[in-house]
Design a protein around this ligand. Sequence first.
Ligand SMILES: [Fe+2]
Length: 211
Amino acid sequence: MKVDSVSTLLEDCLRDLYSAETQLTKALPKMVKVASTPELKEAISSHLQETQEQVARLEKIGQIIGAKMSGKKCKAMVGLLEEGKEAMEIDASAPIVDMAIIAAAQKVEHYEISGYGTARAIAQQLELNDVVQLLSETLQEESNADEKLTAVCQESVVPLTKEEDSLGMDQEESEEPDEDDDDLDDDEDESDELEALSTGSRSKSRNSARR
Ligand SMILES: [Fe+2]
């Protein structure tokens, strides 16, 4: 892509964010489904709603500057969401899966904070005050979402992992294997199933701790 001016660079940054946000609107519902801690489900759900509004806000910015927002793929978000998928599929107890989801979600938030911060700085340079205002709103929401995830982790998820540690390994070994693993996802592809089969014995013993 030829970037011959600062305003073209801004358009490119905004298109990247537009792609990132639209990818996220598809990934977050799955995270809500896999997360176990109610506070985490709520935090991700409410950020899904915000993300939908952020998509609309970018479309509004596109109208202001006369640029189309579609047409670019944010490769960084593709990778971050791939890691998010891995986090949801780790073989671990529910609170540890939740911690892994929080870690992946915070990487996403930090990427967005960085992207919006840059876009806003460029808009400021171009004296696009309406655009600066809209980007500031989103930036604030992203920071709040990040802080909320930290709070949920510290206040709701970490205590569960401590409880689990105090139960000790003996109980983990004596528990019956959990049968409700089918709530993970509906579209797990064949290669994942093959991988699960190849690591079956390990999964069986570690899933017994899953609650
Ligand atoms: Fe966002």
